[in-house]
Design a protein around this ligand. Structure first.
Ligand code: AQP
Length: 340
């Protein structure tokens, strides 16, 4: 249950570290649109460009272009910049200002246990950026600078959200206040972890070097159909129960993607297609994916024709975001003892 003291408010974001994928869409964006349309929460959606430079050097022009493209993706998927607040992180300095406070609240041990840090830094941790290590503290600031009560994300972000809750609780405890909410993750739907199309044990990721491993929201109908046709599977037909997908990660992934797109459960998909060969199932999946995604890619292309309009939307969104973030940062500084 959320604390009634806090306004029901949703925050979530994506890194413009490349184009958006089907994983971003099914894992998070679909929920964002649902939560906006439900009208029960104020909704704030962000392109976290400061996070996008933590893992590797980004070409500046490409980063600016990806930020616009991700914004176009949000709008094409159904985010309305009037009903939701839509902006890029670096335009609201309060995120990094609060992140510094949280760098002093979070413990090195907590950060070192983050699996994303371990995966992304790998064996080369000595050479990874300090920003990559501190990433979850900035993410906590992104959320808590709005006193967000709910954060819709994919399964992979669960640990970072637990850390956000730990940071809020430690801050409240250390300063003897009840100031930051203990944010609830919203991890829902049939495809909270969409896997790589060529290796069902790895997450589908926008920065994977191979384009065949993912469906991009900018892919046209032919490309979507081709990638699904070439997705790795095993020789067995679809089972008649979900249990029959155990030990078959690629088969399970395609069933989950179908369920996520059709907005049904994986059990319903299996019941409907039991005994089908994957050759047939892939045709049905490709048709469904094209039906659901092709309009997003054409709308993104249309929006990208007017970049000045995208920039205007982001500047306006940042102003609206600052109106919420600025007083929360001021109060935080006051609690901490910064002379104002
Ligand atoms: N494969 C996925 N399945 C379900 N949800 C996913 N998300 C990402 N990939 C999947 C969700 O999308 C949101 C934004 O993620 P992000 O862009 O900030 O970073 P990420 O999770 O690190 O995504 P990528 O695609 O793997 O980016 P790169 O390759 O740049 O690291 C989050 O809610 C995430 O859960």
């Amino acid at each position: 249950m959320s604390d009634p003291k806090f306004t029901p408010r949703v925050f979530s974001g994506m890194q413009p570290s490349g184009g958006l994928t089907l994983g971003n869409y099914l894992g998070a964006m679909k929920r964002w649109v649902d939560m906006q349309n439900a009208g029960t929460h104020q909704t704030i959606y962000c392109m976290v460009d400061l996070h996008a430079i933590t893992a590797k050097l980004q070409d500046p022009d490409t980063l600016r272009e990806s930020t616009r493209e991700v914004c176009a993706g949000y709008i094409a998927a159904g985010i309305d910049p009037e009903r939701s607040i839509l902006f890029n992180q670096s335009q609201v300095a309060e995120h990094t200002q609060l992140a510094w406070i949280f760098n002093c609240v979070a413990r090195m041990g907590w950060m070192g246990r983050m699996t994303q840090w371990k995966d992304k830094a790998g064996k080369n941790a000595e050479n990874a950026s300090l920003g990559l290590f501190a990433y979850p503290a900035l993410m906590a600031a992104d959320i808590l600078v709005y006193h967000a009560t709910h954060v819709p994300v994919g399964e992979d972000q669960k640990q970072h959200l637990e850390l956000t809750r730990d940071i809020a609780a430690k801050f409240n405890h250390d300063y003897g206040v009840d100031f930051f909410p203990i944010t609830e993750p919203v991890i829902e739907g049939a495809a909270t972890r969409v896997m790589n199309l060529q290796d069902g044990t790895k997450k589908m990721s926008k920065s994977d070097p191979s384009d065949r491993t993912r469906i991009n929201l900018t892919d046209d109908a032919d490309t979507i159909a081709k990638k699904i046709r070439k997705a790795k599977t095993d020789p067995d037909p679809l089972p008649d129960t979900i249990k029959g997908l155990d030990g078959r990660p690629e088969a399970r992934n395609l069933v989950n993607i179908y369920a996520g797109l059709a907005e049904v459960t994986p059990a319903e998909v299996v019941a409907q297609h039991a005994g089908s060969q994957f050759g047939h199932f892939k045709v049905a999946l490709a048709d469904l994916a094209v039906e659901k995604l092709a309009s997003i890619s054409s709308e993104m292309a249309r929006l990208m024709d007017d970049k000045a309009e995208i920039d205007r939307i982001l500047r306006r969104g940042a102003e609206r975001a600052r109106e919420i973030a600025s007083p929360i940062l001021d109060q935080t500084y006051d609690i901490v003892g910064m002379l104002r």
